[in-house]
Design a protein around this ligand. Structure first.
Ligand SMILES: [Zn+2]
Ligand SMILES: [Zn+2]
Length: 865
């Protein structure tokens, strides 16, 4: 039976992908702790379980899976774990929406339970998408940060850093979102531009401009530049705050910009970061005018209880009434907003927990890591150098890791659990022993919880086998951290900081930064632009492998990548092409050929030289995580070298009865398909498996990476001549209106060296074709003449016809070397330059031939009589 009947004509993506996904076993991707092979541990990002594994995640995971599969084939003991970073506000908000409650309507534990249920359901949905994309995740190393096994370690890490003095509690200004009612870290503040009013008003005799009149009650000083002569008379004076009447000092500080507004500014606690700086620098009072809910406090007097917006309007109205509001102008302002809900943040002084930022330690550790691409290190460096405050890690929320601390109500001392008691919830659990300080038995549990980044910043410690102690985990550091550039200042920064603080070293050998996926319109995907495309939409139409191939080829690793349906279609078309090649090859292999037969013929050896070069290129690209370069090399080899050049040349020999010639071609093709499947296995795992399994009966994912090297300089040089010649002759046929399978007759190719193509070129061109060494004995024969009427017409006019007759009558030699004059009607007339060219044909051994001269070669084609 012909084998091409066994393989379906069309590659059924859905059927093939589903079949292999249900055949592959999770166990095959497990990290093996007892393996002697070198480890390759990946600190995979734990996504936030929204229930929606979006296209940006999918691209990132494609890269990780390419690497994991490649490294396994290179013999590494790979760990590709999967975590879930569960805690945080978005889930709380979703639970409130879904159940129609607020977090205060039920007990903390009930609310957490609702959050956990929602999260588990979402994780299940995202796992399903990951499986459909064919990711070779090590599910035995899955972790879920909201479960006790993980957050026990978060709590242990907190206690360790607390004891080491790297975590402390303090009243300090922090960024606060009054909508979310929690402190947030600087990394969670986004900046937005908005237009606002700059209000000029009379402040006890001097003019002051402010965008935040509602903070007047919180005014603690008026600041001027020390060299601003306009205000020299104010030195050492006090001013009375309008409306509120309390006195504030006038301070001088070089940070004041004399050209902004009137050059005098009011300092409030706190309008912005500069206020915090002045407040510290000049040891000013603290007046809290806004509370955690964004409502005016008692010190705002008549405005107490108003929202800050209402207070602003009321104060402006009162200023107008009092005649102190002089003028208002519009200005553009950069405002810090909450990353989550976009509410403008307030800076409030709060009792919070902080992680000490040791800038030099973080940078020193970051420098030991290889950043790919390299320039991403600069982003980290800039961020670290711009940090002025420590990391605020306490949050006033519920669904998060509890801060494992009690306070003794008798003496106020801090009481900590022993490590083996962890995890605890100090609002529920009680200390096992009386207060070590005073023997008291009454305790208040810390209600604040930890920033989610406190969970995820120890992911690398968790996956490298950390037990929660200050001992270095057994597999630490990990080999690779893959992540997006949008979380360099959070996840990357916090992880480096924590690894350095907890185990004293840098967390990974390499960090690979991936870009974002933009919509087809070139903009960030967002609901408001309706340019979101889900991975499922793409898989449904073109399959997981086409999606993965799009991910590999779409852009250089690290660059943003614009989604484009055409690229997915092209990926799918490449698979169709490769499937057709594969069917063709299988057809010939199954007709019978000795798999151990040597590769003897020129074009077969040439193919293997090219394949060897492709393997080197793809290997170098994979080593550098340049997946686009790897894919391009495979595509070019498959499409140009294999399909367009080689198969067209060798086809005829495959159908011949010459056993040796067939066997050589079959061996070359078998090797080529075997190697191609393995090169493509990391990128298109289903397709490669389908082909490889058909070819060998084994799984390509258990094979090693091809280390195929084949050098044959003669084959390379002569094969290039052969390919070039066949291409030239095919073009010749095309130019002469001949079908490609039309017979070409007698062809002789004169080469500088002897060349044996096993009859391939002759069969490919349907020609009686001979390779001959040396140069042909060409005879030039003038067979006619071609006139250039554009020259003859205007110069000779009435004499043109007579001139042409005279030229035709010239002997052939004279046509090649035109005389200066010819005789027309008995008159000698000059021959205009370029008036005619002789028609020359060539003759070899008495046969009329056409001549082609590609490169060093001379090709003669016998002309049919
Ligand atoms: Zn918020
Ligand atoms: Zn006590």
């Amino acid at each position: 039976m012909s084998p091409s009947h066994q393989l379906p004509k069309n590659y059924d993506i859905e059927e093939v992908e589903r079949r292999w996904q249900s055949t592959w076993r999770d166990e095959d991707n497990y990290f093996d702790p007892s393996s002697p092979e070198p480890r390759f541990i990946i600190d995979t990002p734990p996504p936030y379980p929204t229930g929606n594994f979006h296209i940006g995640n999918a691209l990132n995971w494609c890269y990780i899976d390419f690497i994991a599969r490649y490294k396994r084939m290179r013999g590494y003991n790979v760990m590709f774990p999967q975590g879930w970073d569960c805690h945080g506000l978005p889930t709380e908000v979703k639970v409130e929406e879904t159940h129609g409650i607020t977090k205060n309507d039920v007990s903390r534990e009930t609310f957490r339970e609702m959050c956990r249920d929602l999260t588990l359901g979402n994780i299940e949905k995202m796992r399903a998408t990951m499986r459909r994309l064919g990711f070779s995740i090590d599910w035995s190393n899955e972790y879920i940060t909201m479960l006790p096994d993980y957050y026990r370690k978060t709590q242990a890490s907190f206690l360790q850093m607390l004891k080491a003095g790297d975590i402390y509690q303090s009243e300090h200004p922090v960024n606060f979102c009054s909508r979310c009612e929690t402190a947030i870290a600087f990394a969670e503040v986004n900046y937005a531009s908005r237009t606002t009013q700059l209000n000029y008003f009379d402040f006890d005799g001097i003019e002051i401009a402010t965008t935040r009149p509602e903070l007047l009650a919180a005014c603690v000083a008026v600041a001027v530049h020390p060299e601003d002569e306009r205000y020299a008379w104010l030195r050492g004076k006090k001013l009375s705050v309008p409306i509120f009447g309390h006195d504030v000092p006038v301070i001088e500080d070089p940070a004041v910009d004399p050209s902004f507004g009137s050059g005098a500014v009011m300092v409030c606690t706190f309008g912005d970061k500069t206020d915090v700086y002045w407040w510290k620098e000049h040891n000013l009072d603290l007046r809290k005018a806004i509370d955690r809910k964004g409502v005016m406090t008692g010190i705002a007097g008549p405005y107490a209880g108003m929202t800050s917006e209402a207070c602003r309007e009321a104060i402006l109205a009162d200023m107008k009434r009092a005649g102190i509001l002089k003028r208002q102008e519009e200005i553009e302002q950069r405002v810090g907003t909450c990353w989550r809900c976009k509410t403008p943040i307030e800076i409030l002084s709060e009792r919070q927990w902080f992680v000490r930022v040791h800038h030099d330690d973080v940078l020193e550790a970051a420098r030991k890591i290889t950043w790919i691409p390299e320039h991403m290190f600069t982003r980290m460096e800039n961020w670290v150098n711009s940090m002025e405050w420590d990391w605020c890690i306490s949050r006033q929320r519920i669904f998060a890791t509890p801060i494992p601390v009690w306070f003794c109500t008798t003496c106020g001392g801090m009481v900590l659990p022993a490590e083996e008691e962890l995890p605890i919830d100090p609002t529920v659990d009680k200390p096992r022993h009386p207060c070590p300080n005073c023997g008291g038995n009454e305790f208040a549990g810390e209600k604040d919880v930890l920033d989610t980044w406190m969970d995820s910043s120890i992911s690398v410690l968790h996956v490298t086998g950390w037990d929660g102690s200050n001992k270095k985990p057994p597999y630490f550091p990990a080999q690779l951290r893959p992540q997006g550039h949008d979380i360099i200042r959070t996840w990357a920064f916090y992880t480096i900081l924590r690894a350095k603080a907890l185990v004293g070293s840098h967390p990974w050998e390499q960090i690979l930064i991936n870009g974002m996926v933009l919509g087809e319109d070139g903009f960030k995907m967002s609901k408001s632009r309706s340019n979101i495309i889900s991975p499922e939409t793409i898989i449904d139409q073109y399959g997981a492998d086409a999606f993965r191939q799009w991910g590999a080829g779409g852009a250089a690793t690290g660059s943003d990548i614009m989604f484009n349906w055409n690229d997915v279609v092209a990926a799918s078309r490449f698979q169709t092409k490769l499937w057709n090649i594969f069917r063709f090859v299988m057809g010939h292999l199954e007709r019978g050929a000795d798999p151990a037969a040597p590769v003897t013929e020129l074009s077969d050896r040439w193919l293997l030289v090219r394949l060897s070069g492709t393997v080197a290129e793809v290997t170098a690209a994979m080593e550098g995580y340049q997946f686009d370069r790897a894919l391009k090399a495979v595509r070019e080899f498959t499409w140009n070298t294999l399909a367009d050049d080689y198969i067209e040349i060798v086809k005829g020999r495959l159908y011949e009865d010459d056993e040796e010639g067939r066997a050589s071609a079959c061996s070359a093709l078998r090797t080529t398909m075997d190697v191609l499947c393995r090169l493509l296995a990391p990128i298109i795992p289903h397709f490669s498996e389908e082909c490889y399994h058909t070819l060998t009966g084994r799984s390509v994912h258990k094979e090693t990476w091809p280390e195929f090297e084949y050098t044959d300089e003669d084959a390379q040089r002569q094969g290039n001549l052969l390919v070039k010649t066949v291409a030239e002759l095919r073009r010749y046929k095309h130019d002469h209106g001949m079908a490609l399978n039309a017979p070409l007759g007698h062809v002789t190719i004169y080469t500088p060296e002897p060349l044996d193509d096993a009859g391939d070129a002759g069969r490919a061109l349907v020609a009686d074709l001979h390779w001959v060494t040396g140069t042909p004995q060409l005879e030039e024969v003038v067979t006619g003449v071609e006139f250039n009427m554009a020259v003859i017409g205007p110069t000779l006019r009435g004499l043109a016809r007579g001139f042409m007759e005279a030229v035709k009558a010239l002997p052939p030699e004279a046509l090649k070397n035109p005389p200066a004059t010819v005789t027309v009607d008995g008159k000698e007339i000059p021959v205009p330059p370029g008036a005619f060219t002789p028609k020359i044909t060539y003759r070899v051994g008495g046969e009329d031939v056409d001549l082609l001269t590609p490169g060093d070669l001379v090709v003669t084609i016998g002309r049919k009589p």
